[in-house]
Structures are given as C-alpha cells and as structure tokens.
Design a protein around this ligand. Sequence first.
Ligand code: KIV
Length: 269
Amino acid sequence: MSVETRIKRVTAPELASRKGAMPVVALTAYTAPMAAVVDVHADLILVGDSLGMVIHGLPSTVGVTMEMMILHGQAVVRGSRRAMVVVDMPFGSYEESPQQAFRNAARIMGETGCGAVKLEGGSRMAPTVRFLTERGIPVMGHVGLLPQTTHTLGGFKTQGRDPASWPQHIQDAADVAQAGAFAIVVEGVVEPLADRITEAVPVPTIGIGASARCDGQILVLDDMLGLSDRVPRFVRRFADLGAQADQAIVAYAAAVRERSFPGDENVYR
Ligand code: KIV
C-alpha cells in the first residue's frame, strides 16, 4: 500500500492568528512554476491583479478581467501545495453590490480552488466584506493606496502625508476587520499611519510600501527579483534576474550565430 503524504494548506483562521506573532511572508505569483518556488517559503501567495502590468503589459490594473484572474489563479493553485492562495477580485467585479461580489467571488473560488479572495476598499466596502464572509468566502482586505482607483486618485500617490487624513484610513481598516476580513493589505501609506493601523486592528496587516512593523509583508515577485523595468521606490531588489536573463540570451544568440548550438549534448539521438 502506498503511503500518501497530504500537505495541509495554510488556512484563513491560521493566518488571522498570526496577529502580533511570527510575521506573515507573502509574495505574488502568477504562474505554476513560480508558485512552486514561492510555495516552499511563503505563508500566502497572492495572485494579484498586478498581473495586468507584470504579465500582460497593461498600463494599470483597470483592464484586468475575471478570466485573467481565473486562468492565473488555476495555474498558481496547481503549482503550490502548502501556502494559502488568495486571488484578487478585478476592477468592476465587486463594487456594484454585495450580490455581484458574491457571484464573482464564488466563481473565482470554485474555478481556481483558491483559499480566499482580496478586494480593495475601506469602510465603503465593509458591507460587501461582511456579505462574503458570512457566506463562506474568506476575504483579505486592502486599504491605503488602492491601485484600482488610480484614475480618480490621479496616479499612484503615497497616502496619509496629511495627518488629517489618518482617522479615515484607520477607520477604513477597522471597518474591514470588523466585517470579517482575516487579514488586511496596507499599501503605500506613510510609516506612522501604517503603525497606527496595525495597532488599531485585531487581524494581521500585510504591508507593502508601509512599515516594517506590519504583521507581515508582501511584494510583487517580479519587482523583488529584478525582472520589472520600473518599480516603486520602496521595493528592495533581492536579485537581478533581468540582467541574468539578458546575459543568458546574449550567450544563446552568440552560440546560434557561431553554429556552436545545438552542441552535441543538445541533440536527440
Ligand atoms: O495586485 C497586487 O499585486 C497587489 C499587491 C501589490 C498587494 O494587490
């Protein structure tokens, strides 16, 4: 009889219990092979709608569709075994009503097998977060800089530079937590505001361009690997894979032109 070792995925309640404890390691991934690499080390893999820019060359996340999110969500779930996979709800798929959000979130969960969805917005989205969580859909919130509202914001701008705006940002996070979100991404806010939000909410905050004192951190994988041309100023590059890929392709092109490729070792016999 074969012994099957089943690896249990990280769950939403497990992540929620990490408040103030061991920081949550989160990264984005969009494909099965990269998900397999990230899975070994991360607690949470986000299939972010950043895939619109990173994978599909779109100017913003606004043009990302449900079909794109589902296709990449399926790939990431197939490529991973342990980390919790969270799939972003794309622009236009949840803002209209809690019912619209439920229909699309249920489709994402059902067709990808992911463990949760993420949606952007604070107090105004809290009723929708509650509607989903009460019906069995774990939700990760996202407050601060909301990339899907880039057109109304007039670009990607750090939030909370004026302390007068802090109470509303803190209320946004508190309302989303109160509505049942198991964790909240805090993006692009000044450091003391991120700290205040982390102190104010009972669930883990996952920072990006926020503060080292958040309960976890997330980065766009391609940005931290050095594969993106333009990255936000706060991103630390942990590798320079873009330059390595360039060198490899230069070597390949030279080998082809010198007819030293395929070498003997690359010929089917
Ligand atoms: O889409 C995304 O990758 C995100 C992260 C930046 C948090 O939402």
